[in-house]
Design a binder for this molecule. Structure first.
Ligand code: PAF
Length: 285
């Protein structure tokens, strides 16, 4: 596996592959890799000739009071893990390389952000869209891989490629979970031992929505109230939101019909965790 830090080196490597008609799968990450990221890389490995992973903690997507400085970083461990997952080229640019000066143009996302994490993380998805667009161009990716755990991010990126006709196929990959159901996340390391014990209640509350919907209870207000109560009692955390929305549009709905997302965000002392499940509910009445 080759490791490069500059855009020039990345582009040189990409051009050689492209000249030979090879396909490129891009896995954009912010590092501190876990099994979720490795699953993305493994899927990219199966579907492309060359797999590029980027590791870049993107300052543009962090608010002033968020965890940019203390976001966990471990480049050496990441490099070993990326190699084991079949990555051919690891792109690890410095902030100065990606943003040598304040960008003259950045992207603004107009839809799918007025809900869920978009409400409390102002400008976050503009920062994500901007960096992802830069990476798509640099890597000349045929396919790009994103986890379904960040379902709002995935919806925004689908919107980005559709709106701007970006010639990249977006591949959404299933959430990887711990054996007790907790979604894998780089931020799980911030959980205190007591919090970690209770955190699987997030997924359980989401599953209880699924069970209720499957039993025919589709009123979203009732479903949300019941799930919120459960989250408050069982997670030991502050519940930021529990929502049921259309997916990928992320519009409010009264009844859970069609493709819907049930999503929750809870705040522990040092970590804010999100999780979701996407359901297809048949039989509109
Ligand atoms: O999901 C992430 O890790 C980041 O938001 C991404 C897509 C790498 C953009 O910085």
């Amino acid at each position: 596996m080759k490791i490069v830090q500059t855009i020039n080196e990345l582009k040189k490597a990409v051009h050689i592959e492209k000249k030979n008609g090879k396909t490129i799968g891009l896995v954009p990450t912010m590092g501190f890799l876990h099994e979720g990221h490795l699953t993305l890389a493994e899927q990219a490995r199966k579907e492309n000739d060359m797999v590029i992973m980027s590791i870049f903690v993107n300052p543009l997507q962090f608010g002033p009071n968020e965890d940019f400085e203390r976001y966990p970083r471990d480049p050496e461990r990441d490099a070993k893990l990326a190699e084991s997952a079949g990555v051919d080229l690891l792109f690890m640019p410095a902030v100065k390389e990606m943003y040598p000066e304040e960008p003259a143009v950045t992207l603004t996302v107009h839809k799918r952000t007025n809900a869920l994490c978009g409400l409390s993380r102002e400008g976050h998805f503009d920062g994500v869209a901007t960096v992802v667009m830069k990476l798509f161009h640099m890597a000349e990716a045929n396919r790009a891989y994103f986890g379904k755990k960040d379902a709002q991010q995935l919806a925004v990126i689908h919107g980005l490629v559709d709106s701007l006709n970006v010639p990249v196929k977006i591949v959404g990959v299933e959430t990887v979970r711990e054996t007790d159901g907790l979604a894998k996340s780089s931020r799980n390391v911030y959980l205190l031992p007591e919090e970690r014990k209770k955190a699987p209640a997030i997924y359980k509350a989401l599953q209880s929505i699924k069970t209720a919907v499957e039993a025919g209870n589709t009123n979203t207000e009732t479903l949300k109230q019941q799930a919120r109560l459960r989250l408050e009692n069982e997670t030991g955390a502050n519940v930021e939101y529990v929502e049921i929305l259309s997916y990928p549009e992320l519009e409010p709905i009264k009844e859970a019909h069609g493709t819907v997302i049930a999503a929750a965000a809870v705040k522990y002392k040092h970590a804010r965790l999100i999780d979701n499940i996407i359901l297809t509910v048949k039989g509109r009445v």
